[in-house]
Design a protein around this ligand. Structure first.
Ligand code: NAD
Ligand code: KPL
Length: 303
């Protein structure tokens, strides 16, 4: 069965290249004919890893191709996910299985509502990749991907194909807990790295500020029936700050490159969830407001 990859950027490109080189049929879905022409001109997708550069001439098409899509990796940013899935919705059926690889929360629900017949598998990844050119992906950090189904259905049989392709993955019966935990980490770390203009490790000097945010995040997670995601959150946040001390957070990098951030699916999602529950989270709200003001000042989108 063929894989389709919609969102042939950093992570999508990384997955597509590994699937292709393990001999599995893969097709990239590019936004329009002009992107397709540019891709064809390039001769394929380039993956740079461990100082080795390889070109993978993976087949590509536009969303309006008429073949059915049975297995899809959706690897665009959270804010693009709904529109991207709408562009291929007519090609999906009740047999279609989608992996939604977006950070944060909110986009997965919007995507699932657009394609109610398809099976949506949610994913969260600690792998790292970035683009250093057109259709060129640099594999920047080993990690793993957790996959799971909100309806607690069994793991699909094709997970073994990911292992065979060298894509480290684990199946979980509680993907929501994993996504909530990651969301909390991102809320405690990413906005502060932007506002203090520092690497993750720089937050060691703002431990008190981090801890007070964690207090509110723990309360929010517990109110959302996500007590397991809240377990020892403070310690985990400080562990991640130390373990990734030399790194710039993804939000820091987005802002530094003048790119749109995923704010609406990270701290924006958390603050909106608290508001819906009538839970006061003054520190998270204030942090969101400071971040929004900062983005406005830089002329970057606030959603
Ligand atoms: P990216 O910006 O590198 O790639 C996204 C790609 O999707 C781009 O090539 C864009 O052109 C394409 N796209 C957007 N809308 C489209 C549409 N309608 N049709 C076709 N293509 C479309 O993004 P990324 O860094 O790979 O991130 C994807 C998701 O994974 C994000 O939610 C991110 O937070 C998460 N994530 C990324 C990393 C990483 O290291 N890059 C790590 C963990 C999680
Ligand atoms: O996921 C991250 C990011 O930068 O987006 C970490 C490293 C965990 C910081 O929140």
């Amino acid at each position: 069965m063929s894989w389709h990859v919609l969102g042939a950027g950093s992570l999508g490109g990384l997955w597509a290249a590994r699937l292709a080189r393990s001999g599995q049929p893969v097709r990239l879905i590019l936004r329009d004919r002009s992107r397709l022409a540019s891709y064809r001109h390039q001769g394929g997708l380039t993956l740079v890893e461990a100082e080795q550069t390889s070109l993978y001439p993976i087949a590509a098409e536009t969303p309006d191709a008429d073949t059915p899509i049975e297995r899809l990796l959706l690897a665009c940013k959270a804010y693009d996910a709904e529109e991207a899935i709408a562009s291929i919705a007519p090609r999906l059926s009740a047999q279609s299985e989608l992996i939604l690889l977006q950070n944060g929360l909110g986009s997965q629900e919007a995507v699932a509502a657009r394609v109610p017949r398809a099976r949506c598998i949610l994913a969260t990844s600690t792998e790292g990749a970035f683009r250093d050119g057109n259709f060129r992906v640099v594999f920047a950090g080993q990690g793993s991907t957790w996959l799971g189904d909100l309806h607690a259905a069994a793991a699909p049989r094709w997970l073994g194909e990911l292992d065979a392709a060298g894509i480290p993955q684990q199946w979980t019966d509680d993907i929501l807990a994993r996504l909530c935990r990651k969301l909390a980490l991102n809320c405690a770390i990413n906005p502060l790295t932007v506002l203090h203009c520092c690497r993750n490790g720089g937050l060691a000097e703002h431990a008190e500020e981090v801890d007070r945010l964690c207090d509110e995040l723990v309360e929010l997670l517990v109110r959302c029936d996500q007590a397991s995601a809240a377990h020892e959150l403070h310690a985990e946040v400080h562990r991640v700050i130390q373990a990734t001390a030399a790194n710039y957070s993804s939000m820091y990098q987005d802002v530094a490159h003048g790119r749109r951030t995923e704010i609406g699916y990270l701290i924006g999602y958390a603050c909106a969830a608290a508001q819906r529950l009538g839970l006061a989270v003054p520190r998270l709200d204030a942090l969101q407001q400071r971040l929004l003001a900062h983005l406005r000042q830089l002329g970057l989108p606030t959603r």
